[in-house]
Design a protein around this ligand. Structure first.
Ligand code: CUO
Length: 668
């Protein structure tokens, strides 16, 4: 709003007051509406006059409707708009087109398409995308916050405003046992990561945008890790592993009341009461006619492909599901993306699962209700059913993984390299102890709200955090020369939900990746220290909450690639919550042979700090092994426990995570 668009020259056009879009009542005061912001204008941006392509069916989605990528019609029009943006000749044309579209197109649709565009056009790589939470805070905060924010800004002058505190528990009470996980499901950083991941890896757009290296496999692995992380979190809260949602005719006991209002749609996001059941969908308005039987048919065909080891394309040609690439084909088939070998035949199982669940309250649109939180990748992870659905999807992938040859000792070991010790060091704590606690942080809401007088207004919320720690690893190299290796660090539960020791075949699915990095090993003992903040799965705290305080200038290299760099697990959620008495876990460290890991490419200057879960922008996935290695397959014969699985280049260390139930004030 600090910017007003003005004409540049004779062939330029001003878009600041789109009078044709104002309702009749406002037309006579069009200029005044404009001046409301015009007086505060600090920057004026000239815009080129272009002949704009017709928006056509893109306008079918009303300005006040909600937008979901999972709904086929919405995806189609999103694909159109992205293609229009991508087709603009240069940045000037793109800017003009974007301004034209911004005034006409549904805001969520616009934001998504413009974000994908900025991320994928070669000439917009140095542009920074405003934080999504800044644009649409209503997807992340209890709706009550906004009324209070309006109150605060109307009455209190800027500078004397107090942050609005959101209670840690606002979506349910302790009567609901699933609510124990609300701090994870509703975490801002986790939901931002998920939204960003799907922004980076769209499943339907131009081939050049969708076809990224190993995207199907990464869909499998990133979501597998979410489920593993959720399960560890459940163990810390005295709950058993999440039950996969595979009986689609059974009632869903988990309820969820999101308490979010859409500021764009001016409607509350629908809730789901206990024991609702899926039904066939007949929603004319969304052009969705889909039976649960369709979902079953797709599932059966997918299992057919898994069990026969081969899929078939639209021409009936066999596509073998190979040992290394099969999982990538399957990821695209199950999600599904336009890279699916045959979308007509294998359907759209995972996406339509989101749709069936998100319309459970109004399958035939008789109540004129929109979709629930499962229908939007920005909000889906708030709902307990997300984890049940994805536990099911993961189980399908694991059926395939279970059919692959087991890793041999030769595929695991690294001759001459021995990991001889590892410990975790947290300042002021005994060895192998990690400490967690509650942390308050502030977010500025003002960008995503329209109110006067303007200025910042902060929300203060509480999230999990931990003391930073370091890994001290000792690696012996007796190979007779200098070596390189990939150090892979995972964390898993020591015992199962009943307190029993694990079988490796089950425990392996619960290892969460904490870090992965290259090590140079000279002869003899090598002592390696690595900080938890360097993790290859996370982005730093500052980036998760970046640009939320608009009074602080942003810029510089670290932010140049934010669009991609916004993808990454939040550092504050790197480890599970633990328990007050100390939750028992196992730290696993492996150093694998770099010759079998290496992907030769230049990654200098690219955003790569969360590469394990997000890949590297415009590069190959930076690890040649199957994602999840070495836990992605069943163990070789006669290996029943983790100890038996270990080769000399691996080590396991028992650790504890202690949760301290105190709350720290926001960092300055
Ligand atoms: Cu990320 Cu189902 O794929 O939400």
């Amino acid at each position: 709003l600090e910017t007003v668009i003005v004409p540049k020259g004779p062939n330029q056009e001003a878009f600041d007051v789109p009078v044709d879009l104002l309702s009749d009542r406002y037309k006579p005061i069009g200029m005044e509406v404009s001046n409301r912001f015009g007086e505060e204008t600090k920057t004026k941006i000239p815009v080129k006059k272009i002949s704009t392509p017709p928006l056509g069916e893109i306008l079918d989605l009303e300005r006040h409707a909600n937008f979901s990528l999972f709904i086929p019609k919405h995806r189609k029009i999103a694909g159109r708009l992205i293609n229009i943006f991508l087709g603009m000749r240069d940045v000037d044309d793109l800017l003009a087109m974007a301004i034209y579209a911004r005034e006409r197109v549904n805001p969520y649709l616009f934001n998504y398409c413009f974000s994908v565009t900025l991320l994928h056009r070669p000439d917009t790589q140095d542009l920074e995308l405003p934080s999504f939470i800044g644009s649409f805070p209503d997807k992340y905060f209890d709706s009550q916050v906004f009324a209070r924010a309006r109150e605060e800004t109307t009455v209190i002058p800027e500078g004397r405003r107090q942050p609005i505190e959101v209670p840690k528990d606002y979506t349910a009470s302790d009567l609901e046992i699933e609510h124990r996980l609300a701090y994870f499901r509703e975490d801002l950083g986790i939901n931002l990561h998920h939204w960003h991941w799907h922004l980076v890896y769209p499943f339907e757009a131009a081939m050049s945008v969708v076809n990224k290296n190993r995207r199907g496999e990464l869909f499998y692995y990133m979501h597998q890790q979410i489920i593993a992380r959720y399960n560890l979190e459940r163990f810390c809260n005295n709950l058993k592993r999440v039950t996969r949602f595979n009986e689609w005719k059974e009632a869903i006991p988990e309820a969820y009341f999101p308490k979010l209002d859409s500021l764009v749609a001016s409607r509350a996001w629908p809730a789901r009461v206990e024991n609702q059941m899926l039904s066939d969908l007949r929603r004319e308005q969304d052009q969705i006619t889909q039976d649960l039987d369709d979902l079953r048919r797709w599932r059966d065909r997918i299992f057919e492909a898994i069990h026969s080891g081969s899929a078939q394309d639209a021409n009936g040609q066999a596509i073998p599901l190979t040992e290394f690439e099969g999982i990538d084909v399957l990821g695209n088939m199950i999600e599904s993306s336009i890279l699916s070998p045959n979308r007509n035949y294998y359907g759209d199982m995972h996406n339509m699962g989101h749709v069936f669940i998100s319309y459970i309250h109004d399958p035939d649109h008789r109540h004129l209700e929109s979709f629930g939180v499962m229908g939007d990748s920005a909000t889906a992870m708030r709902d307990p059913i997300f984890y049940r659905w994805h536990a099911y999807i993961d189980d399908v992938f694991q059926q395939f993984k279970g059919s692959l040859p087991r890793y041999t000792v030769a595929q695991l070991d690294y001759s001459g390299i021995r990991v001889t010790g590892v410990s975790i060091q947290t300042q002021g704590a005994p060895a192998n102890t990690m400490n967690t606690f509650w942390q308050q942080s502030d977010v500025d809401l003002s960008r995503g709200m329209d109110f006067q007088p303007r200025g910042n207004v902060f929300v203060r919320f509480t999230h999990l955090n931990h003391e930073p720690f370091a890994y001290n690893i000792t690696i012996n190299n007796s190979s007779g020369g200098n070596k390189r290796g990939t150090c892979r660090i995972f964390l898993g539960p020591k015992v199962d939900e009943r307190g029993n020791p694990w079988l490796f075949k089950d425990q392996r699915l619960l290892f969460i990746e904490l870090d992965k990095f290259t090590v140079n090993l000279s002869q003899g003992d090598n002592n390696i220290t690595r900080n938890s903040t360097e993790s290859s799965v996370t982005i730093p705290f500052e980036r998760t909450f970046r640009n939320l305080d608009l009074s602080r200038p942003v810029g510089g290299d670290a932010l140049a690639q934010f669009n991609f760099c916004g993808c990454g697990w939040p550092q504050h959620m790197l480890i599970p919550k633990g328990t007050p008495e100390g939750w028992q876990c196992q730290l696993f460290v492996m150093v694998s042979n770099f010759d079998d890991d290496q992907v030769v490419q230049d990654t200098a200057g690219t955003c790569n700090d969360a590469m394990s879960y997000c890949g590297i922008k415009d590069r190959l996935y930076p690890d040649r092994r199957s994602m999840g290695y070495p836990f992605d397959r069943l163990p070789r014969n006669n290996v029943n426990t983790l100890q038996e699985f270990l080769t000399g280049n691996m080590i396991v260390q028992d650790c504890v995570i202690k949760f301290n139930n105190t709350t720290r004030k926001p960092r300055q």
